[in-house]
Design a protein around this ligand. Sequence first.
Ligand code: FAD
Ligand code: NAI
Length: 469
Amino acid sequence: SDKPYDLVVIGAGPGGYVCAIRAAQLGMKVACVDMRKTLGGTCLNIGCIPSKALLHSSHLFAQARHEAADHGIKITGTVRPDLPAMMARKDKVVQANVDGIAYLFKKHKIDWISGMGRIDAPNEVGVALHDGGDMTLIADHIVLATGSEPAPLPGVDIDGRMIVDSAGALALPKVPKRLTVIGAGVIGLELGSVWSRLGAQVTVIEYLDHILPHMDAEVRKQSQRILKKQGLEFRLSTKVTAAKKTTKGVNLTVQPAAGGDSEHVVSDVVLVAIGRVPHSLGLGLDKNGIERTERGFIKVNERYETTAKGIYAIGDVIGGQMLAHKAEEEGVAVAEMLAGQAGHVNYDAIPSVVYTWPEIAAVGKTEEQLKANGVDYKSGSFPFTANGRARANDDVDGFVKILADARSDRVLGCHIVGASAGDLIQEIVVGMEFGASAEDIFRASHAHPQLGEAIKEAALAVHGRPLHL
Ligand code: FAD
Ligand code: NAI
């Protein structure tokens, strides 16, 4: 194009594509470069969306297999997964979602440039085009939204077949008999659940002495107990020191994290899920004076400006919570700042959800954080066993816990293990944005019979007076 762009975004994941759309809405001329053949980044192509498609399908399968009879539903013959059909459905879901972003780009007149982008000069983005050739885009502003990729585990190299990362685990050709997951984080528990439900014997190896490191301790404990009941085996405080591929499968050498005797764990497939690292290779960062942190994240200030003028960065590549909606909020904020508006992200009220069943959801501070910060707080909890709808649905695992400031009653955090916890938490997110107190939450009418009544009851419990406990 001859006329320079107001904004060129490198990376079309939730951070980049949302930034592009918001900037276009604000009247800017925008291009978005991505090296994938489709838009949507990690999240839509190999992350959030395909994982949720498989989680839902495998959940339906587990219900048909284990719960139908309890509901008086008789299934004659065996219930078994048709993996190719399940995968084909997942692929269709992904395709519809990525096509949706292409439609939105068209609608907002955003130029989609397909290729590998790099910064050639402060106002120049070079692109090695997918279809061959190279082009230069002139831009007043550049946003880097290049995301992240799986962290490698030395000695346990991904081969995409027997040793896989999350992308591989979303596309296994058959249900492994034995699956070993390294890392009891979000990916390990979600994809471990998928394959366990479909019939794999799943062992999760975790270096720390607990699962889900960033979650509230009570949530971690209950979740582990529930997942164990579902058949996931946990080996905590354990490290993997070597992997050997044999005809019988992958032989992992494991050892207590603190040292000691080695043992072997043999499985058909190993999933490495030990975290994600920023993706910034080949972008021309050093050449352009764009600094990184020790851990490789692009350094930004509170306006998402990198150390190079006119160049911004958002999403996974700047670190913090590596979540799609966090990247989206940052994308919107940068676009609005470029248009002269305020642009703001409230990092105290970003929910995080683990899509196991029951789901695990959190927003704000954990009890451990409040204690460490010396905050005087009150806690109120309510179990789903005491919620009528949860009983009607036979989804009684879990609880809601609300943490509020002891003096002001302001809600500081909420932690939920339970059916649809990810949907339920949103009420508290909105409440926290408005500075709600626990009393504000329980004075609001909650429809009956709903799982959300457990939130009202937990807020009442903060005041020591739940009605149904
Ligand atoms: P990305 O989505 O990673 O997008 C970056 C894009 O930039 C990619 O398409 C990449 O190919 C492209 N790119 C990189 N470098 C270049 C270059 N030089 N030139 C051109 N293009 C480039 N988050 C949630 O909130 N909820 C979930 O349920 C959830 N589930 C997940 C499940 C899995 C299995 C995984 C792996 C992640 C999940 N996440 C989830 C995390 C979520 O995917 C990320 O936080 C999110 O995608 C980050 O968005 P982003 O825009 O920063 O980067
Ligand atoms: P994670 O950070 O959630 O968990 C990694 C786990 O591996 C931790 O418990 C860590 O202690 C452990 N670990 C690290 N090194 C180890 C080693 N050598 N041996 C054994 N255990 C080790 O990372 P994960 O699960 O890979 O996911 C990456 C990110 O993707 C998440 O942090 C999250 O931001 C995002 N994501 C979000 C989802 C959601 O929102 N539902 C779903 C999936 C991913």
